[in-house]
Design a protein around this ligand. Structure first.
Ligand SMILES: [Zn+2]
Ligand SMILES: [Zn+2]
Length: 161
């Protein structure tokens, strides 16, 4: 009987330990809330480096692309933790980061759409890809124009994604 009691105790301990591990693991998983559209999922995250010290992005080291609005957004206003405030994140994004982001964002010179609108429209057609622009060549040696995948889908026909 004592043996059974001991076995029971050990099994209970293992069970509690498992619960503890599950809680620890789920706690470490990052939570997100997009300050643009309130989506809670991302497509991917990526490291960035901004050499311009006067830029709003000077201290941004990581960005994530939202899986709903397709905008690239600094991680510090996208990741949710104990000290984050969603309303504050939205304000920072809209007044501080977004104006600069729009200035530098890739835009089609034909339809004038920005990359996030292009990626959104492509996703409706089941094309999930970051390969959405090509640059035309300028015979005078200057920078060519950016043409998007919506305006010239045939140019991307060999690209599966
Ligand atoms: Zn979003
Ligand atoms: Zn276009």
């Amino acid at each position: 009987m004592y043996f059974l009691y001991l076995l029971n105790l050990i099994l209970n301990s293992i069970f509690l330990l498992l619960i503890y591990i599950i809680i620890m693991v789920s706690d470490k998983k990052e939570k997100y809330k997009c300050p643009e559209c309130e989506s809670e999922s991302i497509r991917f995250k990526f490291k960035v480096k901004n050499k311009d010290e006067n830029s709003a992005y000077a201290n941004v080291t990581e960005e994530m692309q939202c899986s709903t609005c397709f905008m690239d957004i600094p991680a510090n206003v996208f990741v949710i933790n104990k000290s984050s405030n969603i309303e504050e994140n939205k304000t920072i994004w809209h007044s501080f980061y977004k104006p600069e982001h729009i200035k530098k964002a890739a835009q089609c010179s034909k339809c004038n759409l920005y990359y996030w609108d292009i990626e959104k429209q492509l996703s409706v057609k089941n094309i999930i890809s970051s390969d959405i622009f090509y640059q035309t060549f300028n015979s005078k040696g200057g920078g060519g124009k950016m043409i998007c995948r919506l305006c010239d889908p045939n140019a991307f026909i060999n690209n599966k994604q």
